[in-house]
Design a protein around this ligand. Sequence first.
Ligand code: UDP
Ligand code: MG
Length: 330
Amino acid sequence: MPPVAPLYSFVIPLFNEEAVLPMLLHRLDGVLERLDGRAEVILVDDGSTDTTGIFAAARARDDARYRYVALSRNFGHQIAITAGLDMAGGEAVIVMDADLQDPPEVALQLIAKWREGFEIVYAQRVSREAESWAKLTTAKCFYRVLKALTPIHAPDNVGDFRLIDRRALETFRAMPECDRYVRGMFGWMGFRQAAVPFHRSPRLAGETKYGWLKMIRLAFDAIVGFSDAPLRLALWLGVAVSGAALLYGAYATMLALTGAAIVPGWASTVVVLSFLSGVNMMMTGVIGAYVGRIHTQVKNRPLYVVARAVGFAQPPALARPRTGASSLAS
Ligand code: UDP
Ligand code: MG
């Protein structure tokens, strides 16, 4: 008998989450029982080095609703989500964090909105308890900059916690970029989108897996992936600097003509030179950032590599099929 496709898929990335895993599974069980259709939970192990993989795989073996997939190393949150989405078989797919900052019960509200006909339903934080002042402030500044620089509609206070309809999922799967900013990609897609407000709780246990470096990387991917404003900046800066140089030239000529120019000028030469080479270097860097992305894309490597999978009816592809698919036995 062919396996019956689930109605709902949950995609949950896990990176060293042994401290929250038991509670996560317990809360999920409660939600799964209240659903009006079959569901599967895909636990994506993003290269955990603790016992996360052992317990998640055990659950996938014992409980037919759970699946476990281990990536071959830590590929990062956004890629882990992508891997889970590639494997989801549901009509509606819910992406959420493992640390219970995204309460699984909110999924029921997301589903209710989906039933009203929305293809993308995102959970919008109305409060963020117990997050550090630094995280909140930097997040706020970042979203403001992003909004100014990119034309895509990215709603405020929205992370990756959302429900995606099959149609939007197919669109997502067709998007090949290597440096991924998942929430931006869903914003770009359009479709009918709706918000469900929720209170973001503090992380239940364990520590954040998003250090400053990972956050900066995400911010960078968002800006460079969705905007060419930094490239245009080079043009405007060039115009401004040449304008200033012209004015200065006129001033110097005037001094020379009136005979007031006495050689010195060392300080101004050094200032102008170093300023210009600074601008130059910065702009080479900006261009480098875009060229780097082209380079990554052109290499055409798979986005992730699957090391192991448990509990799938059909073994998932070893890697995201880009130039050719290969399969993995479970
Ligand atoms: N995560 C992941 N790979 C990483 C970093 C994080 O799969 O390299 C997962 C993590 O296990 C969690 C989610 O992404 O389920 C969000 O991470 P975290 O809660 O640490 O981020 P924060 O909420 O502090 O921004
Ligand atoms: Mg968290």
